[in-house]
Ligand binder design. Structure first.
Ligand code: ZN
Length: 437
């Protein structure tokens, strides 16, 4: 069979199993779970891989999550297809559960798309004609939330990193993988898809301003107001904003997680969280250092102590145009008009897949079929074919492109490739920003 015949077989197989793919997407939508707690979701994915596709599954690869590898005995490049397991907090959404969790980032769609791609590759029998291995990996904890819970897991030695893919890299799950791909849902408006998004990376910050309590009415002169220190700190950062290079798209968006205890006592313990985001690693480091100085100065001004804890966040996402071209050609092959596929995108949010893009060639298209901004009450799925089925097919077809004919295409991409960081350099970078100042 030639390459197109293999692709046609994948398309036919996915079409015949369309309902099963959408059904698992619906099921996961209804049971959103936060990062490192995706027990039911992991179970659902593992059951699909084992019961529906007959694959061996390794479960709880990083607290939760699971993976299966096919074509294990074959030589040749090793491709991974990822899907993210976790939900996000959006208590305003009509489908949020009783703790406010929802799938308003569309990760349920990613999982169904990954399983759909797996189904297309496995059930069609095309794997026999491909020269390389494929791993399907359901990854935990992409959303960087519930930092206190993750700190507890870290203190207990159950994780080292707050981000699921960071943890999986550390545990060696990407050691033998050469190329990785996944997709993310996005309201594409009149368009259908976007290839080659670029995004910001970030360093996480927790800041504690420690003052001195005193009676707010009768003895404020005996206190040190930690809330004032925090307000000064925020204003100091605001005074820096015009100094950041436009191209770095710097973002600092703090929240106060504790602003005082009772109203008639001068606040002595005020706590803040934020990310410092920028487009390049150098930009992240530069902005982070200057923002640290500004935060500490807020305390210094009034004699409050500042304890600043940095948490390694995610790296900016890099694009690989050869991968983007394969994927968008497959979208066109599926009947998507090429003028509805946007080339390149400027995202100031962050994805933990950015970390993977520093270690190997990656593909991270955005696919439509949803409406409304991610993480908001407006978000909804409006076109199930485009949301679930099109990316399942086009990812599986891209695997065919990469691994057909001795894995020629994958080898071409890998021959030209030097990773931005080795795994060791990457882990050293994370360790550097895992500190209290
Ligand atoms: Zn997301």
């Amino acid at each position: 069979m030639n390459k197109q015949q293999l692709k046609d077989l994948i398309i036919k197989t996915i079409d015949e199993n369309r309902d099963k793919i959408i059904e698992i997407g619906h099921g996961i939508y209804q049971t959103p779970e936060y990062g490192y707690k995706e027990y039911k979701t992991t179970e659902a994915v593992a059951n699909f891989l084992s019961d529906e596709l007959g694959l061996e599954v390794e479960k709880n690869i990083a607290v939760t999550g699971c993976k299966s590898t096919v074509n294990d005995s074959k030589e040749g490049p090793h491709i991974s297809i990822l899907g993210e397991l976790d939900g996000i907090s959006c208590k305003e959404h009509k489908d949020a559960n009783d703790i406010g969790a929802s799938h308003t980032c569309g990760h349920n769609i990613q999982i169904a798309g990954m399983l759909g791609a797996a189904l297309g590759l496995v059930k069609s029998g095309v794997l026999n004609s491909l020269d390389g291995k494929v791993t399907f990996m359901a990854t935990p904890a992409e959303e960087f939330i519930e930092l206190e819970y993750r700190q507890q897991l870290k203190n207990k030695g159950e994780i080292t990193y707050f981000g699921g893919k960071q943890e999986l890299v550390k545990r060696g799950y990407f050691d033998d993988i050469d190329i990785s791909m996944m997709f993310h849902s996005l309201d594409m408006g009149e368009n259908k898809a976007l290839v080659g998004p670029e995004s910001n990376g970030f360093i996480g910050k927790k800041v504690q301003f420690i003052g001195k309590e005193s009676h707010a009415g009768s003895a404020p002169h005996e206190g040190i107001n930690a809330l004032n220190a925090a307000m000064l700190a925020i204003n100091n950062v605001n005074a820096l904003r015009e100094t950041f290079k436009e191209s770095e798209r710097v973002r600092f968006h703090p929240i106060l997680t504790k602003a005082g205890d009772i109203v008639n006592v001068v606040p002595a313990d005020v706590q803040m969280e934020s990310y410092v985001r920028a487009r390049t690693i150098d930009g992240m480091i530069d902005a982070s250092e200057r923002i640290n100085r500004a935060l500490i100065a807020g305390g210094t001004a009034i004699g409050a102590e500042v304890v600043l804890t940095e948490i390694p966040g995610y790296l900016p996402i890099l694009r690989y145009k050869d991968m983007d071209k394969l994927f968008s050609d497959n979208l066109v092959n599926l009947g998507i008009e090429s003028n509805k596929i946007v080339d390149g995108g400027d995202f100031t949010g962050s994805f933990d897949f950015g970390d993977i893009s520093h270690l190997m060639p990656t593909l991270h298209p955005m696919i439509g079929g949803v409406k409304g901004a991610l993480h908001t009450r407006e978000y909804e799925i409006i076109d199930e074919e485009l949301a679930y089925i099109v990316p399942a097919k086009s990812m599986a077809m891209t695997v065919v492109d990469l691994l057909f004919d001795g894995g020629k295409e994958a080898k071409n991409i890998l021959n030209d490739f030097t990773p931005v960081m080795t795994k060791e350099q990457y882990l050293d970078f994370l360790a550097k920003y895992d500190r209290t100042i």
